[in-house]
Structure formats: C-alpha cells, structure tokens
Design a protein around this ligand. Sequence first.
Ligand code: CLF
Ligand code: SF4
Length: 522
Amino acid sequence: MENITEPQVAEAAETSASMDDIMQKVAEHKGCGTSGGSGKASCGSGAGQGDLPTEIWEKVKNHPCYSEEAHHHYARMHVAVAPACNIQCNYCNRKYDCANESRPGVVSEKLTPEQASKKVLAVASTIPQMTVLGIAGPGDPLANPEKTFKTFELIAKTAPDIKLCLSTNGLALPDHVDTIAGFNVDHVTITINMVDPEIGAKIYPWVFWKHKRYTGVEAAKLLTDRQLQGLEMLTERGILCKVNSVMIPGINDKHLVEVNKAVKSRGAFLHNIMPLISSPEHGTVFGLNGQRGPSAQELKALQDECEGEMNMMRHCRQCRADAVGLLGEDRSAEFTTDKIMAMEVNYDLDSRKAYQAKVEEERVAKVAAKAEELESLAGEASNIKLLVAVATKGSGLINEHFGHAKEFQVYELTTGGAKFVGHRRVDLYCQGGYGDEDSLETVIRAINDCHAVFVAKIGGCPKADLQRAGIDPVDQFAHEFIEKSAIAWFKDYLGKVKSGEIEHVERGDAEIRQGALTAEVA
Ligand code: CLF
Ligand code: SF4
C-alpha cells in the first residue's frame, strides 16, 4: 500500500459525517432476521425499508446488488484494475476474469487506476443512474492493494456521490480492513464456499500467503480462518458484507447451509448463492473433470432453505470484471479504453441528482401499483405456488420483446403476492429478423419450470411452441409494471382453476445456461 498515506486514509474517514453512528447501527443489525419481527424479509432482496434502520436503508436502497428492488432502476460498473490472484479455485481459469463474481470465459480489458478513474467519470456522465463502482477482478482486488486503493482514492475525489464496493476471496482481507474503512467503502463481498477445510481442499488446490504456497487441507484451513476473521472485522466496523458462495453439487451444496449459519452469526448482511458454471471449453479443473453445476430448481431449493436463516440475493448476474450498466444488461463495449480516452466527460452532479429523483418517483409508483393489485388478492385462499418468467429491459416494466430477451426474470406467485426469485439467461431467439428454432428450445429449457412468460410482444411461431410446451405466453400487459401485472394474471389463473376451466399442474425443472455472456461489440 505504498500509494496510500495515513493522512489520506484519515481524510477519507473524516468526510463521512456521521459514519460512526451509522456503522454502529449496521453492526448492531447483525444480519437479517435477527433484529426482531420479520426483519429478514426487509433486507437485500426486499422491496422496501421494512425494519431496516434508515441509515442502513440509505446505504442499500440505491445499490443494485444489495437491494433487489434497486436493481431494476440503478446501475453499477466495475473497473478491471486488479489482475493478480493469491489463491487457485478449481472453477477458475486464469485466462479469464475471477469467477467468484464473473461468469467463467469472460476476459476484461485491464486498466490503470488513472484510466479507471477516467472511465468512471465517462460512465457517470453517460449513465446517470450508475450509483456504484465495484472492483471485482479480473484477479483479487486485495492481491493488488496498491492499484485497488489508488483507484478508490482517485474516484472518491472526483466523483464523491458514487458508492465504492469491493469483492474479494478474503485471504488478504484482515490486513486491509482498516484501509477499506478509511476509504469509506460501504460494501464488501467475500466469496466463502466452505467453513470445513476438508471440503475446501476439494475446491482450492493452493493458496499463496506470506511468500509461501500452501496446499490441501492446510491451505483451505488458512483460507477459511482468514475469511471469517475478515468478515468479523468488517462487520465490527459497520461495513455491510455480502457473502458469495458457488454451489458445487456433490461437493459443497449441502454444506452451504452450514456456511450460511456461520456467516450470518458473524454479521453478514446478505448471502448470494451462485450456480457453478463449468463448461469444458472454459478449461477449468471442474469443467474438465465433468463436475456439473446445479439445475434451476436445485439452486432455488437451497436458496429457499437458507432464506429461513437470512436474506438471500437472487438477482446476481455473475458480472464481468469490467461490467457496466443495469444488472442483466452489458454496456461494457461502449466504454473501451479507446472510446473513453476520446470521450468528452461532463460530470454534472446536479443533473445526476435530478435524474435519480425521477427514478425515485418511478419506483414509488411501481410499489404503489403492486400494493393496489395485491389488495385485490386479499381473501383468496389457495395453496397454489407457481413461477412466471418476465422479459424486461428494466424500470420494473414488462418492456422487452420475447425475441430480443437475453434473460428472463423469474417471479414466484402465491396469494401473498409476487416475489422475485431469480433470472435465467438465454440465447437470443430473434436473429436479425428471423426466429432461431434451436434458441427457442434453449429458451424453453431455461424457463421450463414456469407456467407463463410475460412479454411486451411475441410472434405467432414462438407463441405456439411455448403453448405446446405448457407455458402461457402473456402479452396483454405490455409496458405495465411487472408485479402488478403478475398478480392480476395470477388472480385470473386462480379463478379459472376454481371454476374448473383449467387444471393446475406442477411444472418440471429448468436448466441454467452454462455459456458466458459477452457484450455485443458496438
Ligand atoms: Fe460489483 Fe459485486 Fe459490488 Fe455488485 S457486482 S463488486 S456487489 S457492485 Fe452484484 Fe455482479 Fe452479482 Fe457481484 S450482480 S456479480 S453481486
Ligand atoms: Fe480465480 Fe477469483 Fe479464485 Fe482467484 S479468487 S482463483 S481469480 S476465481
């Protein structure tokens, strides 16, 4: 950390007006569901403030990863300033970005801290709803502390309204907690795949610590001790912590319930269980030895099981280390180094604030529409629980054409309302004006556990194929709010079941797409 001086750290700490108070409240919050009442439902994936102290709500409400509701409206960006890594994961190939937050098979353009700072200003000028800057690779940010903290220092000076975020494997974390706190980094993610070194030895062949390479159980023990120590140190300082875990069937899938309890008891705010992606073409150990990833229903069942303990993130998109835009969209190709260097940057804090105020209005309208529709469900008694898929470009609206959707968001419908439970990436069905039948099959496999798919528009052929597969294509709610529409459709569905017009049947499982999604070249 030669680049960071003590006065700089102290200065950064001073700028956070009542940070100590807020941090104390975050520390007291100690994860979700522990603060009495129905605390769990209000954090992370929840739609509103619920029982969260206002100061914590202020920290999460515009963070697209820490608030499911925010991810429809606010964007994040990553800068790929951290190339080196200090451990080896069996689901990672060093040719690509760190798979702890990135889909395997994606390569990002590496930047210097100065280039990264210019990029942040360029993106913030173009995308006013971009509220968070994260460093998540392509290696481990804390295995590259000079570059990581220099980048934070430059951005804190030039774009003070942007939240800083960091994702790490945790090995070096305890050594950097004070610097992280000093730079006013509010959000830290640690990837924790195990708390049992015997299981860890199957995931990590080695770790490199204090100039020495450790292997086997010894390596995994060192890693888990450092991860949990780092997590405790962060939450003691009131920094919001998210834990990512990669679900590896047959290795840590059952064990992740124990991991969930361990991180909850140490104050983690949110748990993000992600599916292993292990295509052989990515050349990872797991990809080459045939280790499979989970199915959509296996992943959901584990997330549901852990949700009893704490709030779960289900909207993670396993972003690139240079991701830009809303989660689920990828605008990184608009901001390559060449393009950024040629861009005229006009960072205007007032117009950013004005734009975000408009977003807040939209958001309030969406919540009100949902509440109103929900009232119409009051009194309905039914045990039916089903999933629907939605094609959306953001803003909480059904505003994407079936053929243009690169992913579908998945909502679970019950008489309690509509709950976001995940998303499914798919191959584009519409290829320059004609439909691709192979892609349609993969789309159907990806949403095969859903009863209906809500779209802004859909052609006759895919409509008929979806109906044959037992999935109802719904286009009558084009450009309306997702949850309000889903609840209205569900009410109608329940009515038809009740009257005997249709019979409710359970759906099967669905596939999680294995390939990497890369940005389209503009
Ligand atoms: Fe990036 Fe991660 Fe911060 Fe978000 S991503 S460093 S917490 S700003 Fe978000 Fe992307 Fe999932 Fe990460 S969707 S991979 S959880
Ligand atoms: Fe790869 Fe990230 Fe694991 Fe390092 S921490 S080996 S970059 S997945």
